[in-house]
Design a binder for this molecule. Structure first.
Ligand code: HEC
Length: 223
């Protein structure tokens, strides 16, 4: 059957279906597409883990187990010590370099929480074969990533019990955006939310004010 007659058939079934339900007083929708998601399906999607450990699956894994797994499934891209192979990203190193001209942003240098590592790896690694690791394997490889970032010792075992005991070096570099409270006094008046001024007047341009960096001068219409 070509696609079109089949489509016509589907449409006529839908139309007939809606006509059949049209006059009924039931709350059933006229075109009932899909079905309610099963609890198992929702559970499969709902895998986020929070910094306080909420959402963690049961399981555990040691640095040692993680090392083995990392060498088999991760090192080809990320290097044996997380230094990054070729142009693949580093997952260790760069600690203390955040204020340098060329800051390292690997786990120990930049990431805020263990949950960021756990959730990221569980969701998306190994690249090309995402979500193929068991929970124990995610615990183990996360423990190994913490080890190569000098955050835990080589005998560390990551589990829901030890999860919140680990603090990443740059945890304090992240904080909630509290500008609405802390900077409110600097605003000159209440922000307009309704019936605001419709006309916008451009009073000056960045190029005239000389805020555009030197190199970009004359490089087009960057104003
Ligand atoms: C085929 C190459 C490849 C393999 C194998 C691989 N990764 Fe990755 N990994 C990547 C790429 C590419 C990115 C960056 C993805 C992006 O930015 O969207 C990445 C990003 C990451 C990051 C985040 C790095 C950062 O700072 O942004 C972590 C952590 C990570 N991988 C861990 C792992 C672990 C653990 C494994 C093994 C279970 C693994 N990767 C296997 C290619 C790979």
């Amino acid at each position: 059957m070509s696609r079109f007659p089949r489509l016509a058939l589907i449409i006529s079934v839908l139309v007939l279906g809606s006509a059949a339900h049209g006059d009924s007083a039931s709350a059933e929708p006229a075109i009932a597409l899909g079905r309610a998601a099963l609890p198992e399906e929702i559970a499969a999607w709902d895998i986020d883990v929070r910094p306080d450990g909420v959402g963690l699956p049961s399981g555990k894994g040691s640095v040692k187990q993680g090392e083995e797994l990392f060498l088999q499934q991760c090192a080809a891209c990320h290097g044996e010590f997380g230094e990054g192979a070729g142009r693949w990203p580093a997952v260790a190193g760069g600690r203390g370099s955040l204020t340098d001209d060329n800051p390292g942003k690997a786990i120990g240098a930049y990431w805020p929480y263990v949950s960021t590592i756990f959730d990221y790896v569980r969701r998306s690694m190994p690249f090309g074969n995402a979500q193929s690791l068991t929970s124990d394997e995610v615990y183990a490889v996360t423990a190994f990533l913490l080890f190569i970032n000098d955050v835990v010792g080589d005998d560390f075992v990551l589990s829901p019990e030890t999860f919140t005991s680990v603090r990443l070096p740059n945890a304090n570099g992240f904080y909630e955006d509290d500008r609405e409270i802390t900077e409110r006094a600097l605003w000159n008046r209440e922000p307009c939310m309704i019936n605001c001024k419709s006309e916008v007047m451009i009073l000056n341009r960045a190029r005239v004010l000389d805020v555009t960096p030197e190199d970009a001068k004359g490089a087009g219409s960057v104003d």
